[in-house]
Design a binder for this molecule. Structure first.
Ligand SMILES: [Zn+2]
Length: 194
């Protein structure tokens, strides 16, 4: 899934209806699995690599695959949940717990939607990758189906969240992210069909 989709979905599913809503730990946990990807892309652009080399070669290098495995580790996310529970009476406990839970939710929503770019979700216990037949973007692997499922989930989560957010700023940011998802869907999935 795309990063903004994870932010919206995780917020809709994990945000608590009463204070503390845990908005920040949820957003941070939703971002962690993709963080290495942003660093990788910044590094690759700084090296002057062409897009094709970035996503076709550098992305699959042993070093970067190892980096991606850390944030995509379900055992690490579950460790966060366990630590959060163990230290739930300390102020940082619930924070760590929600960061971990949001990481795991990100991993679970990536599992059925990644084909040849599948992550090592069981690192460091195993380097197994679940190669799903459906990709969230790749037209060679039911990308239209994957992208449509992602879009529907994002729209439902946005409709649920919008009336529940307090500030105009957060409503605006949520709306903007949903619009980016819709625009991306039409640009990458619908335009090539017509
Ligand atoms: Zn991801």
């Amino acid at each position: 899934m795309n990063t903004p989709s994870h932010l919206i979905l995780n917020l809709a599913l994990l945000r608590r209806p009463v204070a503390p809503a845990m908005t920040w730990p949820i957003l941070i946990g939703a971002l962690i699995p993709d963080a290495a990807l942003f660093i990788f892309y910044g590094w690759a652009r700084a090296q002057g690599l062409p897009e094709q080399t970035i996503w076709g070669e550098a992305y699959y290098s042993d070093f970067w695959q190892a980096m991606f495995a850390v944030g995509n580790s379900m055992p690490l996310g579950l460790l966060g949940v366990a630590l959060g529970y163990a230290f739930r009476r300390v102020w940082a406990g619930p924070w760590i717990g929600f960061v971990g839970a949001s990481m795991v939710l990100h991993h679970l929503s990536d599992l059925p939607l990644h084909h040849d770019d599948a992550h090592q979700h069981f690192w460091p216990l195993s380097s197994f990758r679940l190669i799903s037949p459906v990709s969230y973007y790749d037209s060679d692997h039911f990308g239209l189906l994957g992208a449509t499922v992602e879009l529907v989930l994002v729209l439902a989560a946005t409709a649920y969240l919008l009336p529940r957010l307090n500030s105009v700023l957060s409503k605006g940011l949520l709306g903007a992210m949903a619009l980016v998802t819709i625009a991306g869907y039409f640009a990458l999935q619908i335009r090539p069909l017509v």
